[in-house]
Design a protein around this ligand. Sequence first.
Ligand SMILES: [Zn+2]
Length: 158
Amino acid sequence: MSTQPPLTEAEQVPLPDGFYAVPDPDAPAIMTLWHVKDGTPKARPPKGTRYGPQALRKDIPGRPGDDEYIAWMRAHFDTVGAWLKRMRAALAANPPAAMRAYAALTNHCCNCGRALTGGTSKALGVGPDCRERMPHTLLMALLAEVKRARAIGGGTSE
Ligand SMILES: [Zn+2]
């Protein structure tokens, strides 16, 4: 299926499947969680999660069907679309770092989402089964992220 508009260069950067945590590009204090599947990010948890610009009824002028209502909603969808592009760029900027951040925040495997138990799994952010089957290059990138984080501050972020 390819009914979507063509992607820009930044959007074409492939996102490895897995679980990501990155700050909202417009609100860095808000950490957003994502599950990338078949290259498409979906907000975590799947129910009730709202990131990005929201359409609150109190902010929308007029009534549904009014010209001003329709104009506001059109502008809102443009705003959301632009935010989604910035969000995707943030996810694509450093997938291994974002996946490592997800595991560190949630204590769940950044590849399959299952809870991490063993010390090695927690340190790496990947469970034993996924260490066997995930792409070697991605595993090495995650390991490099762990080493980088330790070098910076003994495991604390940034
Ligand atoms: Zn896993």
